[in-house]
Design a binder for this molecule. Sequence first.
Ligand code: PBG
Length: 330
Amino acid sequence: MTASYPALRMRRGRSSGWMRSMLAENRLHPSDFIWPAFICDGQDCEQPIGALPAVSRWSVDRIGAKAKEAATLGIPCIALFPNTPEGLRTERAEEALNGGNLICQAIKAIKDAAPEIGVLTDVALDPYTAHGHDGIVDVQGNVINDETVEILVEQALVQAAAGADIVAPSDMMDGRVAAIREALEREGHQNVAIMAYAAKYASAFYGPFRDAVGSRGRLKGDKRGYQMDPANIEEALREVELDLAEGADFVMVKPGLPYLDVVARVKDAFGVPTFAYQVSGEYAMIEHAAAAGAGDRDALILETLLAFKRAGATGVLTYHALDAARLING
Ligand code: PBG
């Protein structure tokens, strides 16, 4: 039997800063963050992204210094996404398999400049296809699963050969985790981990990202034929179970804040490293809310990130990673 009022006064535990600090159940640390960064073609280039305030694309020759900055702040891992030059986007995404593409160049630049930070690469074809889908499409515009998986396997191998530490399939094709794991083992990449976008929803929060990688305008139709229905959570548990059975080392739920219930259920059910992606639209929402005076920017950033920890997330992919790490480091 616990005491009740007035013997128990819950406010005693909130009565001073040191008391609150002592009793905090969750804390943010820079090692909670993975920083998603966009790579553009060109030299000595920083391209601001209109839809993502304060986020830029960086050319390969500048990404090393940015990675170093992130590492110095205590961020353990950087996630890379390319804005592929227009002329290299094709029906079958051949550029994804080019060992000299922007991502492979960026991996090498980061490994040279900041070998202490991990590099995570995205396995999906949307930055490379003329139609903006994550796989190759048939005449009706449907993404063809098994043929796409074969290409994704090659893409993951190209990234691993360039030095990627974690490959993260974000495409939602069936069977891709098993196929990628098998190929990585066969080709001697035993230590390359797979972070599966296991429960990735067909979300309206991806808009600014599609601008950042240049796929928004070209996307024909939508992605509901492969990404999950926002109505579903039992299905998310099946997706996670399947990806783990296929050999995923870590799983991810995406988007983040509107899907914290999914993060909590996944973590409770499986107890495996569970990451959440605070996606571009969520980032933009915070930035625009702060700019409009709806709340203090720093406080909004830290409160939302802490919510991921409370829900049980192992870590968060967030465009606020550098700013949040600076705030935490003081
Ligand atoms: C696609 C991909 C998307 C994001 C990461 N990988 C968008 C999509 O599925 O259309 C979104 C990330 C964000 O919005 O920040 N492979």
